[in-house]
Design a protein around this ligand. Structure first.
Ligand code: FES
Ligand code: FES
Length: 161
């Protein structure tokens, strides 16, 4: 199994190239942000086979599978992006790509399992690796919960039709 980014196969990469460098510099996908570059802030979050990964501390040559960046979520998770805007889930926007990517995987996970007893605490805990210096997190958490609830309602309505 090789490495693919947003459905496109990636050829050989140098041994010292991080996944973040590959995405931003080689592939020119600037939606994934570089901030701390130490695995501490979550701004560089991408999905590897659907699971959130800090691209800045992941070597590209050791990454196998399908990498999804925020650009690939533009249509599939439009509702989530719109919810971030609706609930004030961003201000300066620097952390937002990473928040959206992580949130996209979290909403899918929530849809695939019984709802946690304390949904807000669950979301806060799971998103705790994505730092935001602007929002105070309330809008981010509200946007994720609203997207989950709306998708669940839509799925239930579809099943009942
Ligand atoms: S830039 Fe990767 S975790 Fe901060
Ligand atoms: S919106 Fe500014 S850091 Fe999160």
């Amino acid at each position: 199994m090789g490495l693919r980014v947003n459905g496109n196969e990636v050829g050989a990469v140098g041994a010292d190239v991080t996944l973040l460098e590959l995405i931003r510099e080689t592939l020119g996908l600037k939606g994934t942000k570089a901030a701390c570059e130490r695995g501490e802030c979550g701004s560089c979050t991408v999905l590897v086979d659907g699971r959130p990964v800090a691209a800045c501390i992941q070597l590209a040559c050791l990454t196998q599978g399908e990498v999804t960046t925020v650009e690939a979520l533009a249509e599939s998770d439009r509702d989530l992006r719109e919810a971030f805007a609706e609930f004030g889930g961003f201000q300066c926007g620097f952390c937002t790509s990473g928040q959206i990517v992580h949130a996209a995987s979290l909403v899918r996970e929530l849809q695939s399992q019984p709802e946690p007893a304390d949904l807000e605490a669950f979301v806060r805990h799971r998103m705790s690796g994505n730092l935001c210096r602007c929002t105070g997190y309330v809008g981010i958490v509200d946007a994720i919960i609203a997207t989950y609830r709306r998708r669940t309602e839509a799925a239930n309505a579809g099943a009942a039709a």
